[in-house]
Design a protein around this ligand. Structure first.
Ligand code: PMH
Length: 376
């Protein structure tokens, strides 16, 4: 590894997995549906620029982020494809967005009005968000839609290039609520088409919707979690509609190995006592890296075998019980594959009673991201 960091703790991002996951998805989609790769929150903790570049090579046509700041970071990295900001950006961000050809999401008349008071260096591209049942952001009624289209018509420096919605339950077994959202979307779309003759990109689906209903995805999908090789839920995983490869793995190395006697205790609060003579290893990762204290009791992999975390996780260090002595520098895998053994993201998420999405986001920037498997 040719990395210049001095603590042996790193996340490895396998770009060939990103490539694989995009291609798997593209194979399921009709040619008329493009892939917008969602790289918000620093690419779900994987690194937005590296993931975006690989996603585009694999066939994604555009990028989606949550913040204008995130879009600007991609532009700074010389990425020139369409970028859609999915969240609400204050009107004062419009000149910067227009300058960098970044598409903003909007759904409020006041927002359009306020933007009219700014001088835009170039026309501003926007996608309109419809709240069909997610209950988060977006306009909700036909009358709101009519009003906003009138307002839009009066503002020639704002170009409507897309309309979209987001599903609340696309990853759940029961499709009833999703069908309700689709009906609501279709009704708004009918009004929209009657009032707006210009072409726009229509998109509704996240990973779950795209994997399960690939033929119903209009012009594009917003492909997030499954691009990273993770299933949106256990339901989607069990349906086996797509075969994904987890891109993220987390590793460290033993910095201390010692034999302790029965009764010796480990870490703050002495919550762990050795039952007999035991080998205890220390790895340099802790809650200061996002490897939070609740992960006590998880297994990690050393020598291709599972070893438990023992005692309290500290800010920068974690102790594990080894089955024998190992040399300093022995690789320890906290998430991912090691010699045929595997700790997948879902296991870590289950331990924390949360969803896999949260895990790579939680491992913070103190842990360097190392990239492998880049594909042309
Ligand atoms: N589109 C929007 C508007 C989103 O908010 C998200 C994910 C995606 C697409 C991608 O979804 P996927 O990762 O399931 O494919 N947003 C979030 C969120 O706000 N909290 O968790 C995931």
């Amino acid at each position: 590894m040719k990395a210049s960091f001095y603590r042996d703790t790193w996340a490895e991002i396998d770009l060939s997995a990103i490539d694989h996951n995009i291609r798997q998805m593209a194979e399921k989609l009709p040619d008329t549906s493009d892939i917008i790769a969602i790289v918000k929150a620093d690419g779900y903790g994987h690194g937005s620029v590296a993931v975006a570049k690989q996603a585009l090579k694999a066939g994604a046509k555009a990028l989606g982020v949550a913040l204008l700041e995130e879009a600007l970071e991609l532009r700074k990295a010389q990425i020139d494809v369409p970028i859609l900001v999915l969240g609400w950006v204050p009107p004062r961000g419009a000149p910067v967005a227009a300058e960098h050809d970044i598409t903003l999401t909007f759904f409020q008349e006041e927002w359009l009005e306020e933007i009219s008071s700014y001088t835009l260096p170039k026309p501003l591209k926007v996608h309109m968000k419809w709240d069909t049942g997610m209950g988060r952001i977006g306009l909700r009624t036909e009358s709101e839609l009519r009003d906003i289209l009138y307002a839009l018509n009066k503002n020639p420096s704002i170009y409507l290039t897309g309309v979209f919605t987001h599903f609340a339950t696309a990853d759940e077994k029961d499709f009833t609520y999703l069908r309700k959202q689709q009906d609501c979307f279709e009704k708004l779309l009918a009004v929209f088409r009657e009032m707006w003759p210009h072409p726009v990109t229509i998109h509704t689906g996240n990973s779950a919707a795209s994997i399960r209903l690939p033929g119903e995805m209009y012009d594009a999908i917003r492909f997030g979690i499954s691009m990273y090789g993770l299933y949106p839920s256990s339901v989607v995983k069990s349906e086996q509609g797509i075969s994904l490869k987890q891109a993220f793995s987390l590793h460290s190395r033993l910095v201390n190995v010692k034999q302790v006697a029965a009764g010796d205790t480990i870490s703050y609060g002495r919550t762990y006592s050795a039952q007999e003579e035991e080998w205890i290893g220390t790895i340099p990762i802790g809650y200061g890296d996002g490897w939070i204290r609740k992960l006590q009791g998880m297994d990690v992999l050393a020598d291709g075998k599972r070893m438990p975390i023992v005692g309290r996780i500290c800010m920068d260090q974690t102790m594990i019980r080894l089955d024998q002595a190992y040399p300093i520098g022995t690789k320890v895998t906290l998430i991912g594959h090691q010699q045929g053994a595997f700790i997948d993201m879902d296991e870590v998420a289950a331990h924390l009673e949360t969803i896999n999405y949260e895990i790579p986001c939680m491992i913070n920037e103190r842990v360097p991201r190392i990239y492998s498997g880049s594909k042309r």
